[in-house]
Write a protein that binds this ligand. Sequence first.
Ligand code: COA
Length: 162
Amino acid sequence: MNKIVIYPGSFDPVTRGHVEIIKRAAKMFDHVIVAVLVNSAKKPCFSTDERLDMLRLALGNIHNVEIASFEGLLANYCKERKADAVIRGLRAVTDFEYEFQMALTNKKLNPNLETIFLTADSDSMYLSSSMVREVASMGGDISNFVPACVCEKIAEHFGHND
Ligand code: COA
């Protein structure tokens, strides 16, 4: 049976931690949809197109990974894409409460939807997109935090590309 999983997020921007989760998910499922949330109420640092471009650069061509964007409820998008499950990465205990609440809400909205948690690897436990944004905005070195191919895009965005 063709198992489809969705890895949703803001990816503002994608980090090495996200890439690590996506690569592991691609080994476990037939098709992985990396879904960028387009949320007009939240003001992301990078536009939807920039976030999608950075994901494409970071992931290259993994044959069973699709990069897409969605608006509205994740539970509805999962129904629309006939997804069996949502994948989320867990970095630390502090992620748990929010993730648990989200998983249960999605299950109420779409009872067929499972949420699967992958633990972040030890190198990504501390990573977050907001930390990357802060370091990059001040001209710091982000090469340990994001894939090499997106470093330049992020530096350009903050005007530190010399
Ligand atoms: N490695 C590195 N960072 C990670 C990570 C990992 N493995 N997993 C999570 N993060 C970080 C992100 O970098 C981000 O950092 P930041 O807060 O510093 O920017 C943070 O964790 C959370 O980001 P993300 O995983 O992108 O989740 P999100 O909270 O931005 O988005 C959605 C969550 C999109 C899944 C959720 O908001 C959603 O489904 N929205 C649609 C509306 C909806 O259905 N609502 C009802 C359901 S609750």
